[in-house]
Design a protein. Structure first.
Ligand SMILES: [Mn+2]
Length: 309
């Protein structure tokens, strides 16, 4: 198994209400770090400062952006420091915006980084076309530089990623806005909706891992890729016929087994949705079962210089 460094990012500043800032604590209470440690070397780097949602007024198109950028700056600096020992990064969110900080922190060492965007959505909204201003709907737009804000300039380059560096996996077509649909159709980006992978999710995930080649990979795992009818972990419900929890975690296992994963980010898990106390233990059990299959990072993709070249 890979050796892991675990960092919690207890923030819900980039979403529409509080809740997810409790998730790193809850995942640790359910034994995530202890179970991982029972299987291999784990460093628990603790949590960044608690950053709960706060209302910012009506009609804002870049909601609490300064604060979201600030926490992601801190995350990027911390990640760059932590991965210098060669561990695989496990970030416990927190809302989806933390994938920006994780990418920005990984790029100096892994400039060839690609992202498997394993999410019920594609998050390609921008401040120019958003209705809510909620930044967790704009994450990949910021990764790709479609939104030019302080948040998209937190890393060593702009844009952080090119379209061909992302593979959207598992989003539901019904969640796409017309603008998102148009962008996906007109750019060289791989996008595999859940409707394309549902007949054999594991085989599709194996193909996705193969597409990554020998490049280093961050898996962005938004739990709203799991249909809320099976496991309502996601902060925002998705009821369109998505993956089950077991199918989603099987896909995650295929990703970490099949390509050169240097980091995994767990996002959008709202612990308040676990009404009977069964859901989080089940999630942690399945998650650990997948992560234990990760390859050691020293077998990962091409390594860059530490000063960002
Ligand atoms: Mn999502």
């Amino acid at each position: 198994m890979a050796s892991w460094v675990v960092l919690g990012v207890p923030t819900s500043a980039g979403t529409h209400h509080a809740g997810m800032e409790q998730t790193p604590r809850r995942l640790r209470e359910e034994g995530l770090v202890d179970w991982l440690r029972a299987m291999g070397p784990v460093t628990d780097a603790g949590d960044l400062p608690l950053t709960p949602y706060r209302p910012r007024g009506i009609g804002c198109s870049y909601r609490d952006g300064d604060r979201v950028a600030r926490i992601n700056h801190r995350l990027a600096a911390r990640v760059a420091d932590l991965i210098s020992t060669g561990d695989c990064l496990l970030v416990l969110g927190g809302d989806c915006t933390i994938t920006l900080g994780a990418v920005a922190g990984l790029l100096p060492r892994w400039p060839d980084l690609r992202v498997v965007y394993f999410d019920g959505d594609v998050d390609l909204s921008t401040p120019a076309d958003t209705e809510s201003g909620i930044l967790d709907t704009m994450v990949s737009a910021h990764l790709l530089g479609l939104a030019d804000t302080p948040l998209s300039r937190i890393g060593p380059r702009f844009p952080l990623l090119a379209a061909e560096d992302i593979l959207y996996f598992g989003y539901h077509p019904q969640e796409l806005s017309p603008a998102e649909e148009g962008w996906l159709r007109s750019h060289p980006v791989r996008h595999w909706p859940v409707t394309r992978i549902l007949n054999d999710p594991a085989a599709a995930a194996r193909r996705a891992a193969a597409v990554m080649g020998d490049r280093s990979v961050l898996v962005h795992f938004d739990v709203d890729v799991i249909d809320s009818g099976d496991a309502p972990l996601g902060n925002y419900p998705h009821f369109h016929g998505g993956l089950s929890l077991d199918q989603a975690v099987t896909c995650l296992r295929e990703f970490v087994q099949g390509c050169a994963v240097v980091g995994v980010v767990i996002t959008e898990l709202n612990p308040h949705h676990d009404d009977d106390g069964q859901l989080l233990p089940r999630f942690v059990d399945r998650l650990v079962g997948a992560l234990r299959e990760a390859r050691p990072v020293n077998g990962a993709g091409r390594q860059g210089s530490f000063d960002g070249a």
